[in-house]
Design a protein. Structure first.
Length: 537
């Protein structure tokens, strides 16, 4: 079942594609396309120039730009120097980007015109060797070397790429979303990432050289790196890259590209929710689309069932985290599926559900913390030995996520151990309450958090984005939830809001909601949350 031919190094894969499919488009956006033949040459030139700038084996290069072909290209070029590619969210707060730059010790920054001013400022303050800019260089150059990305690709490098990284050397370092604390740098290896392609995307999703993948996922995230950059690259598929998710723009991109019509669309639950809500009645005009996949956050069963019923296309849910090079479980397109579950463990991967109190494995149906063992597990966190030791124990990665497994092995994620709401001694998991509330036709999006209570300790409060703004029928929503939840799990309050704050991967930023919920909003008030980038566009 494992497609072990895909577990290889970047230069070896590049050389194979250059021989077999040099004219096949690898990545394309609205500005530029690069074929596999081009990619072998452009990554070699970029790597050679980075080496000339001073990048040595083990050095880090920060990618700080919006979705574009150059992000994918740089992800492949930096490891060819023997260095490590680090990626920052281009929409992140400046303090977070600065933390990633300084914590990683990045020596070169690759950025774009939209972010060059701040990149220039960071370079001057933190001893960066050079700034590479995609597009025109605007403004006065800083005190460090600045060069156009396009000029590097057009000029022959003085050095050949070292191509010295082994399968188990760190090639990429991505930072956790910071939903529970300061982001941590996670080491990712070529073996770990390409093993996920070999165990998941190729055999389960059937990803192959004839596929065309459409992505609006943020490429700084591990899900997008492993599927939309490395997965597409490993199998020799083509990818159409969108700058961001917009229902209208995304729905118009499934047909007519020079690389062919789209066959696979990966997303996060919010994307599928909005697509269903906006174009469910008129249908999705995507004649070649054979599959959609969801990860990054829990996909409510109601959204999964509604999407497949409306569009007649399988929507496969999976579970993964950065520390496991993304995927741990996946639903299969064939055979039985359990809606609302995140599927079965990947072939060759070992999982356990462990009682956090006793350290013993739980029986099917009982809840436990999910532990993972396999070649995709991270070697550790950057410069955080204590944090690494806390989660990597005797070869097992302790995810901190709670889950249940049925008698057939299907896993269902309950939530994070730190997100557990304890109401008068009763355990409540936000994901379960969110799933019940999502079943109401009144609800477009929802998030549940715990807030302090004088007698019960904590109670759940729900933030709800209604389908019709300003017309939330709270009683109708709760009536649907009562059919699925025990009374003690029902939210104490429903707070109407315009959108739920999420990370680029779709995870809820619960700490922001907790702050809002404890900020004095009364039961009759409808809170409007601070604006965050919306996946709906």
């Amino acid at each position: 079942m494992l497609r072990t031919e895909y577990v290889s190094t970047v230069p070896e894969i590049l050389a194979g594609h250059a021989r077999v499919r040099p004219d096949r488009i690898a990545y394309i956006d609205d500005r530029r396309a690069v074929t596999y033949g081009d990619l072998a040459a452009t990554t070699a030139r970029l790597a050679g120039h980075l080496q000339r700038m001073g990048i040595e084996p083990g050095d880090r290069v920060l990618l700080y730009m919006d979705n574009c072909v150059e992000v994918a290209e740089s992800y492949l070029a930096v490891p060819r120097t023997g260095g490590v590619a680090v990626c920052a969210n281009p929409q992140a707060a400046t303090a977070e980007v600065e933390h990633i730059l300084t914590d990683s010790g990045s020596r070169v920054v690759i950025t774009d015109t939209a972010h060059v001013a701040f990149a220039r400022e960071l370079a001057a303050e933190h001893g960066v060797l050079a700034v590479v800019v995609v597009g025109e260089i605007d403004g006065a150059p800083g005190p460090v070397e600045e060069v156009r990305y396009e000029d590097l690709l057009s000029a022959v490098a003085a050095e050949e790429p070292r191509d010295c990284l082994g399968l188990d050397d760190t090639a990429w370092m991505l930072y956790t979303s910071g939903t529970t604390g300061r982001p941590k740098g996670v080491y990712l290896t070529q073996r770990g990432c390409f093993w996920v392609v070999a165990a998941c995307w190729a055999p389960i999703a059937g990803l192959g050289p004839d596929d065309v993948v459409l992505t609006a996922l943020p490429l700084f995230h591990s899900y997008a790196l492993v599927l939309c950059v490395l997965g597409v690259f490993a199998v020799g598929a083509s990818e159409r890259i969108l700058p961001r998710f917009s229902v209208t723009d995304t729905a118009s991109r499934f047909v007519g590209g020079p690389e062919g019509d789209v066959t696979v669309f990966p997303g996060v639950p919010t994307m599928f929710h909005y697509l269903l809500d906006r174009v469910g009645d008129e249908g999705l005009k995507a004649p070649a689309l054979r599959m959609c996949v969801s990860a990054g956050a829990i996909l409510p069963a109601a959204v999964n069932e509604g999407f497949e019923a409306a569009f007649g296309i399988p929507l496969l849910d999976g579970y993964g985290i950065t520390e496991t090079s993304t995927m741990v479980t996946m639903n299969w397109p064939t055979g039985a599926r359990v809606m609302g579950s995140c599927g079965l463990p990947l072939p060759g991967l070992t999982v356990r559900l462990v009682d956090p109190g006793t350290g013993r494995d739980v029986v099917p149906g009982d809840e436990g913390e999910l532990w993972v063992q396999g070649p995709n597990v991270t070697p550790g966190y950057h410069n955080l030995p204590e944090a690494t030791a806390a989660v990597l124990v005797d070869g097992w990665y302790r995810t901190g996520d709670l889950a249940r497994r049925d008698e057939n092995g299907y896993l269902r994620i309950s939530g994070r151990t730190k997100e557990l709401i304890i109401r008068g001694g009763e355990n409540i998991y936000p994901a379960e309450v969110e799933d019940a509330l999502s079943a109401s036709d009144e609800v477009r999006d929802v998030a549940v958090v715990g807030v302090p209570h004088g007698h019960l300790g904590e109670v759940p409060v729900a933030f709800v984005v209604p389908r019709v703004p300003g017309r939330l029928d709270a009683e109708a929503v709760l009536a649907v939830a009562r059919q699925r939840l025990s009374s003690f799990k029902l939210p104490e309050r429903l707070i109407e809001c315009e959108q739920i704050p999420r990370t680029g991967s779709g995870k809820i930023l619960r700490f922001r909601l907790e702050e809002e919920a404890t900020g004095g909003i009364s039961h009759a008030d409808h809170g409007s949350l601070p604006e965050v980038p919306s996946p709906a566009g």
